[in-house]
Write a protein that binds this ligand. Structure first.
Ligand code: HPA
Length: 272
């Protein structure tokens, strides 16, 4: 942690002094931020008031952090995330996980919007990330982790967490939410993929593509925090359908799945 601790002295102090103990951190991806309106909010921070915290530049990411509660469980909610494609350094994109670590959050649930590649992953589907492909971001991640411990990088055990994924499957059944599963393939952005890039990653086993999550998941797993991720499929990936991609399609579809997303995530919180 030393490189972060040196760089983020003021931020560390800010969260240390609050003493909130989250049972779970939830990072709400593009268009999924409304979940924060469905739980009891205890305290809200505007990211611009947090020392050293970068502002979010993306529509659908409000840049708020909440301490919240549901079913007697304490939640640390990130309403919006920091993306590498916004031009930030990777260590900045990992701040939500860093804060989770400072507060000793017991679990991390990452959510994101993604483009569907496999035929069962139509717009509006929810996909549990059974595995990740983060080859495009490994070099940058290595730069963050290497000063901390080389050993840890080679041994990300239980990633994503098998027990946590089982708990999510059980919650989906209980709430009667149709939950698909598949491999999330990270692409760096800042643009959506070309049809030929999607064809390539499809051949290599990608079920969905997105521009976030993998590095956050690896960083959380590195700290030994049980971590899982759920994708909201907001569009067919480029070339899978003839329709042109747009960020508004992403946020509009995400808002259409609001009810089942809320029901699933509440179910997960109730079961932890
Ligand atoms: N590609 C990359 N990221 C995304 C997509 C996509 O098709 N949809 C939502 N986020």
């Amino acid at each position: 942690m030393f490189s972060f601790n040196l760089k983020y002295k003021d931020l560390n102090k800010f969260f240390d002094e609050n003493g909130f103990k989250p049972d779970i951190t939830i990072v709400l991806g593009s268009g999924l931020g409304k979940f924060a309106e469905k739980v009891k909010i205890l305290h809200t921070f505007d990211c611009k008031d947090i020392p050293q915290y970068p502002p979010s530049t993306i529509i659908g990411h409000s840049g708020k952090i909440h301490y919240a509660e549901h079913s007697g469980k304490k939640l640390l909610l990130f309403q919006g995330r920091i993306h590498f494609y916004e031009g930030y350094e990777l260590y900045q994109c990992l701040l939500p996980i860093h804060i989770s670590k400072i507060l000793n959050s017991k679990k991390v649930l990452l959510t994101n919007a993604a483009g569907g590649i496999s035929s069962n992953l139509y717009p509006g589907a929810l996909m549990l990330n059974s595995s990740f492909n983060g080859m495009q971001i490994k070099k940058e991640l290595y730069k963050v982790l290497a000063p901390m411990s080389i050993y840890g990088i080679n041994y990300l055990r239980n990633f994503p967490s098998k027990e946590f994924n089982d708990l999510i499957r059980k919650s989906a059944k209980q709430k009667e939410v149709d939950l698909q599963e598949g491999v999330y393939w990270y692409t760096k952005g800042p643009t959506y993929e070309t049809p030929s890039e999607v064809k390539m990653v499809q051949k290599f086993g990608a079920d969905a593509v997105g521009m976030s999550t993998v590095h956050e998941a690896m960083f959380a797993a590195y700290f030994g925090i049980p971590t899982a991720a759920i994708s909201c499929i907001t569009n067919f990936a480029s070339g899978i359908s003839a329709q042109k991609l747009s960020h508004s399609e992403v946020t509009e579809t995400a808002s259409l799945v609001e009810d089942k997303f809320t029901s699933l995530v509440k179910g997960i919180i109730e079961n932890i």
